[in-house]
Design a protein around this ligand. Structure first.
Ligand code: FE2
Length: 256
């Protein structure tokens, strides 16, 4: 399996190139404008991969995505959760769908909470095992924290409902075997997490089950209360960045 993470430590954003060196097929998850479409294509090419999929784990509100540009350059459509309210043609993903790259497979899980259109992707390397090796958790389960539920909603009541959905998504992820590697979309300085977000970009299910202060709360109401209590101020340009990533606007500033 080819596994190339791209970490933007200044803004706390992670994206990933995952591929199968035998089939020559690759997927880029959450490509960042900060890195640029060309860089992903070049990295894939150097690894002997063709970018067959571009997947967004959700519509981002804290940074500009390179997804559309990268997908167009690769001659494909960006893949989103089937409920993502994107204004341009996309490839819709649903729970249980499998992206087959050869022996490397990504399995789609719908994990709403941070946004209604949040996804996680289980990563299998079938040359080694039939069990998942890792999970790309998007903005569901973070290292030390969980994705904030308030950036894509318009009322406090909707934020409570989103936090409750996040509770279910996090419980589902934590039920994976403890050795499964956790690779979220953010770390450190990101505005998509709360005050407990670690500067470490990856972890394991077992470590987060034991030591993630929010994720280990087993009572739904207590989880909702804690998540909403520890929010940072929303990023200033969240609305315009989200609009740009939805294809509704062409320019936005950078906020996180
Ligand atoms: Fe996010």
């Amino acid at each position: 399996m080819i596994w190339t993470p791209f970490y933007d430590a200044v803004h706390g954003c992670s994206s990933y190139l995952v591929g199968d060196e035998v089939s020559g097929l690759g997927v880029v998850v959450d490509p960042l404008a900060e890195v640029g479409a060309e860089e992903y294509l070049l990295t894939a090419q150097e690894a002997g991969l063709r970018v067959a999929w571009v997947v967004e784990t959700h519509v981002h509100a804290d940074h500009r995505s390179a997804g559309r540009e990268l997908a167009e350059a690769a001659g494909i459509a960006v893949s989103f959760h089937h409920r993502a309210p994107v204004s341009y043609p996309v490839h819709p993903l649903r729970d249980g769908q499998r992206l087959e790259l050869g022996d490397v497979v990504l399995e789609v899980w719908e994990t709403p909470g941070h946004t209604e259109d949040s996804l996680s992707l289980l990563v299998y390397d079938r040359r080694r095992a039939e069990e998942p090796w890792g999970v790309l958790t998007g903005d569901s389960l973070f290292v030390g924290d969980v994705g904030r539920p308030d950036l894509a909603v318009s009322s406090p009541e909707a934020a409570v409902a989103a936090a409750s959905a996040q509770f279910d998504s996090v419980r589902r992820l934590l039920a994976l075997p403890e050795y499964v590697a956790v690779h979220p979309a953010h770390f450190g300085a990101s505005a998509c997490g709360g005050i407990f977000l670690s500067r470490t970009p990856h972890s394991t299910i077992g470590f987060e089950r034991r030591h993630n202060r929010l994720a280990r709360i087993e009572d739904r109401q207590a989880f909702v209360d804690e998540v909403l209590r520890h929010l940072k101020p929303p990023p200033e340009a969240a609305r315009s960045i989200r609009a740009e990533n939805l294809g509704l606007a062409v320019k936005a500033g950078r906020s996180a």
